[in-house]
Design a protein around this ligand. Structure first.
Ligand SMILES: [Zn+2]
Length: 212
């Protein structure tokens, strides 16, 4: 039952680009007065695909941050959508895909360890019985229980339904007669792409960079 308690992970954005400059909020352009006022607040929060200088997709960010990177000369727009935002002096097309102008080394382990990302990795499927469930009906299970030194890590946390989680209790899967569907792993490049596709599935312009 110990495993049912929420693990001490801080909620963080699903994907972070560690190392990209922190923005100074002062120069952020505001959304232009749009014909449909209902869409205005979401414009700055819309997802933007971030490519490395080599066109490799590395991240997803929000329009607001993408514009900061563009204004700082760190990135340029590769694809834009139909709306515009206005800074003090000029109108800028809202980016849909941006590319960093200089190559950035992305460490393999840059994905935030979070409940959301683990559920995404495990495709909302209990890793013991294989049932796909809504996020609200899944918990995170420490494969090696915390009471026995199991850590909160990509390799030791899996999505689990409450039934399996209760059945397992303070035991290892073997002791509880449960079998893991697959060995839990950190986000790989493959997982990241899947995540980017999930986020960007509505944006046609992302496709050619994500190869699907
Ligand atoms: Zn289960």
């Amino acid at each position: 039952m110990e495993n049912r308690h929420k693990i001490g992970l801080r909620p963080r954005p699903a994907i972070g680009l560690g190392g990209v400059a922190r923005e100074g909020a002062g120069s952020v352009p505001q959304p232009a007065p749009a014909p449909s006022p209902a869409s205005r607040p979401s414009v700055m929060q819309a997802p933007v695909l971030v490519l490395n200088a080599t066109f490799e997709p590395i991240n997803v960010t929000a329009v607001r941050r993408a514009l900061v990177l563009m204004l700082k000369g760190v990135a340029q727009a590769e694809e834009t959508n139909h709306s515009e935002v206005h800074s003090t002096s000029k109108a800028i097309q809202v980016p849909s895909v941006i590319r960093l102008l200089s190559y950035r080394h992305i460490p393999q382990q840059s994905r935030a360890l979070s409940r959301k990302n683990i559920l995404l990795r495990d495709r909302n499927t209990c890793q013991f019985c294989g049932e796909a469930l809504p996020a609200s009906e899944l918990t995170l299970d420490h494969v090696m229980p915390r009471s026995r030194g199991g850590r909160s890590s990509w390799e030791n946390l899996v999505a689990s339904c409450y039934t399996c989680n209760n059945r397992k209790g303070d035991r290892t899967p073997e002791e509880a007669g449960l079998k893991l569907r697959r060995r839990p792993r950190p986000f790989t490049l493959h997982t990241s792409r899947q995540l980017m596709r999930l986020i960007g599935h509505r944006d046609e312009k992302w496709r050619k960079y994500l190869f699907y």
